[in-house]
Design a protein around this ligand. Structure first.
Ligand code: HSE
Length: 307
């Protein structure tokens, strides 16, 4: 194989109560990355369409992730990367993670798959470090593995794939303002009250349990973030109105997608997810801020070769 084209999906990180540790993968929306082998060693980004992003390898998340892989797997083969952005940077649905995951997945495929999807996570995290100053894996893990993933942070992180209830759908609304992850991280306090910690880890544990047992009512009760959302939601225009509209239309719950400004909601069944979409359109349209909105099933596959 001399070149490969991959689809690298958008993802939702945090999922309310799982700041930096929980995420899930979305359908349809994502970046396309083409990787070509080149006789000139090293990594070059030769084209970016759809977004204004740096071509310089060390300034681009895909370039940094690709170089991290090639530091572990020495080869004389070089790689040229074309990036076709389907995800807007700063939208909160894993734009940097998709480009990083797509680049390392494409290079790994051209090298004959020396690394597993799990092993690619550590390289893709280098891209996240460049984008936000923190090497979190809650977007790159679902982008590479699909479905829901849980990251147990440690010296060697464990990334655990969780089941997705069959009827679970996400509705995502993206108000078109840019919110940089680094800025959304800078507003966070460094300490939390024990009382808040107890609520938060109870919710996270219950949410994980509910995914295993298909307990939609428990999913609904667990989608509560008492630590991060109160601090970040002020950065998102009309956040509380959106949340209220989604819940009134039958959503199980909602929260900030990643570091925002996108908002995700969960619903049981496609029809309810569409009802929630309609309610969000009606609430947001009069506000004079452009937005995108879509319904997605939980994507079980993650990044894929498309040609
Ligand atoms: N967990 C990260 C954050 C995700 O919320 O800052 C960024 O997309």
């Amino acid at each position: 194989m001399e070149s490969v084209k991959v689809f690298a999906p958008a993802t939702v990180a945090n999922v309310s109560c799982g700041f930096d540790v929980l995420g899930f993968c979305l359908d349809h929306v994502g970046d396309e990355i083409i990787v070509h082998k080149s006789p000139q060693p090293g990594v070059r980004i030769t084209k970016i369409e759809g977004q204004k992003l740096p071509l310089a390898t060390k300034e681009n998340v895909a370039g940094v992730a690709a170089e991290a892989l090639l530091e572990k797997y020495r080869t004389d083969v070089g790689f040229e990367i074309e990036i076709y952005k389907g995800i807007k940077a700063g939208s909160g649905i894993g734009s940097s993670a998709a480009s990083s995951a797509g680049a390392v997945f494409g290079i790994n495929a051209l090298l004959g798959e020396p690394f597993s999807r799990d092993q690619l996570i550590e390289f893709a995290m280098k891209g996240e470090e460049l984008a936000s100053g923190a090497a979190h894996a809650d977007n790159v893990s679902p982008a590479l593995l699909g479905g829901f993933t849980l990251v147990r942070c440690g010296k060697t992180p464990d990334v655990i794939s969780l089941p997705s209830p069959e009827d679970l759908y996400a509705t995502i609304i993206h108000p078109k303002i840019e919110l940089r992850t680094a800025d959304a991280r800078s507003v966070l306090k460094k300490t939390i009250l024990l009382e808040k910690g107890i609520q938060q880890w109870g919710n996270l544990a219950a949410l994980v349990s509910a995914l295993y047992t298909n307990d939609y009512d428990l999913i609904s009760r667990s989608l509560v973030d008492v630590v991060i959302e109160p601090e970040r939601s002020v950065l998102i225009p009309h956040f509380n109105e959106m949340k209220k509209a989604a819940l009134s239309a039958g959503a199980l719950g909602s929260g900030i997608s990643g570091s925002g400004p996108s908002i995700f909601t969960f619903s049981k069944g496609h029809a309810t997810a569409e009802k929630v979409q309609q309610a969000l359109i009606e609430t947001f349209s009069p506000l004079g801020i452009e937005f995108d909105i879509f319904v997605s099933k939980i994507n079980p596959k993650g990044v894929q070769i498309i040609s």
